[in-house]
Design a protein around this ligand. Structure first.
Ligand SMILES: Cc1cc2nc3c(=O)[nH]c(=O)nc-3n(C[C@H](O)[C@H](O)[C@H](O)COP(=O)(O)OP(=O)(O)OC[C@H]3O[C@@H](n4cnc5c(N)ncnc54)[C@H](O)[C@@H]3O)c2cc1C
Length: 445
């Protein structure tokens, strides 16, 4: 309890999809809330690839946390701190911050999400940036735009080739979205703007270890997505395991025990692996629980940590299950999952404070969407009583577009995105191509 106010102290770590919903669920309660995030903005990650490919500016898909939470701030029980959380002392009930400060809590909600996993090859990160934060998106955008600029300066076609070859590793939604957009930029946005290079000769290669793209979708939609990628001109190579990445390209093995091949490329993007936030390890060390293979924290049905009901873990950091009809099912690492867990963790905390029993978490699946280039997408929607409704192509793209605009935070963001997309749709222009810094030394760590 807070000695001055006698209110329970609730600390929320992370102001992403899960953290912000947890906060909203608690803001009217008689509790003292502190929310901590290392950035000053709430980020809509599903459209991050648009910033990385210069279609949208950063403010279109993000908003200052203090602005987003201004109505909650008026209630007088919320403190927002921008700080990196470095540890959690579960025995002493304190959160440790990067400046050495300690933040005491009575209840803790951890929602620090996930980060990239290079499957034990962390050195690859220098050559193949992943896409998780705005800083990542700026790095990728600068490398992609910088690669064309570099190619224009080279007289020799052979020397240009690696600068005009882009490799995206991982054909989940992010990889597919990146590859589809990059080929469209090369084929439609840039051709009139360069003199020496013909940007239509750009290669975009999408490497995937499993046999199909969009492996989380049903095979029918994977095939549709692949056919659309083929039409756009993306070179899709499935069943290919990456074995090395360096400053000059990518090595991969075809199939199990197949030949090793090399792609000479100066721009490689990593969209293959996700690992839970390192704070999972701090929770495990303090509570004795064992993390799953992705470093996620296994949680109880009510999203609490076993033996520590004062700690809830939600969103991408939680290995949570949904308790509906039938067997409990794993909750996928998607934004609706994080948001629903945020609301559920807040509701359970209120129940606990009221001396009532907590309830098991139940995930409502709203389906899977992925866009493939400028005007095609695949959509898989579970409709109660009907089963799955699946569609693709332009209608699916319109659905994807309005769903993403609807879920963006703030009217201003929705307006900017709609305007930018309308212009881009008719003109192919990518309005966010201005890069303040010269490109980093490409491919160098
Ligand atoms: C490129 C990309 C595309 C995606 N596309 C989709 C999509 O189309 N549809 C979909 O449903 N899902 C999509 N996702 C997944 C979705 O974004 C996540 O499932 C969701 O963001 C998880 O929410 P969360 O609250 O757990 O974490 P996040 O939303 O990631 O929030 C975590 C927050 O914690 C903060 N944080 C992390 N570590 C610390 C620390 N040590 N100290 C302080 N603060 C910290 C971060 O700054 C961040 O604000 C995508 C993800 C990515 C990266």
């Amino acid at each position: 309890m807070n000695a001055t106010t006698a209110r329970p102290r609730v600390v929320i770590l992370g102001c992403g999809f899960g953290g912000i919903e947890a906060l909203r669920g608690l803001s009217r309660a008689d509790v003292e809330i502190t929310i901590v995030d290392r950035t000053n903005h709430h980020l809509f990650q599903p459209l991050l690839y648009q910033v990385a490919t210069a279609g949208l500016t950063a403010p279109a898909i993000s908003a200052p946390i203090r602005h987003v939470l201004r109505s909650q701030m008026k209630r007088g029980n919320l403190t927002v701190l921008q700080a990196q959380v470095t540890g959690i002392d579960t025995a002493g009930r304190q959160v440790l911050l990067d400046d050495g400060q300690q933040l005491p809590y009575d209840h803790l909600i951890v929602a620090t999400g996930a980060t990239h996993s290079y499957f034990g090859h962390d050195a690859w990160s220098a050559y193949a940036p992943g896409l998780k934060t705005l800083a990542d998106a700026f790095t990728i955008r600068s490398r992609v735009i910088g690669a064309f600029e570099h190619a224009e300066r080279l007289a020799d076609a052979a020397a240009r080739a690696p600068w005009m070859t882009f490799v995206v590793i991982g054909a989940g939604p992010t990889g597919v979205e990146m590859a589809g957009t990059m080929i469209e930029i090369a084929h439609h946005t840039l051709p009139q703007e360069f003199r020496r290079i013909d940007s239509r000769r750009t290669n975009v290669i999408l490497l995937e270890g499993s046999p199909r793209v969009l492996g989380a979708f049903v095979p029918q939609l994977s095939e549709r997505a692949r056919a659309q990628l083929d039409r756009l001109g993306v070179d899709v190579r499935t069943g290919c395991m990456v074995t090395g990445i360096d400053a000059d390209g990518v090595d991969y093995r075809e199939g199990d025990g197949g030949p090793t091949r090399r792609i000479a490329s100066k721009t490689v993007i990593w969209a293959a692996g996700v690992a839970a936030s390192p704070l999972g390890r701090a929770i495990a060390a303090g509570t004795g629980i064992t993390l799953d293979r992705a470093g996620r924290v296994p949680v109880e049905p009510d999203l609490g940590v076993a033996g520590h009901p004062e700690i809830s873990v939600i969103g991408d950091l939680a290995a949570a299950r949904s308790y509906g009809r039938g067997e409990p099912r794993p909750v996928p690492g998607v934004s609706p999952g994080a948001k629903q867990m945020g609301r559920a963790a807040a509701a359970n905390l209120l129940r606990r404070l009221a001396g009532q029993p907590t309830r098991p978490f139940r995930y409502r699946d709203y389906g899977n969407l992925a866009t493939v280039g400028r005007k095609a997408a695949v959509v898989d929607l579970p409709v109660p009583g009907i089963g799955a409704v699946r569609f693709w192509g332009f209608a699916a793209w319109l659905f994807w577009l309005f769903a993403h605009i609807y879920f963006l935070i703030g009217f201003r963001n929705r307006l900017i995105v709609m305007l930018d997309w309308a212009v881009a749709y008719w003109t192919y222009e990518r309005s966010a191509r201005v890069v303040a810094e010269p490109p980093p030394t490409q491919g160098e760590p």
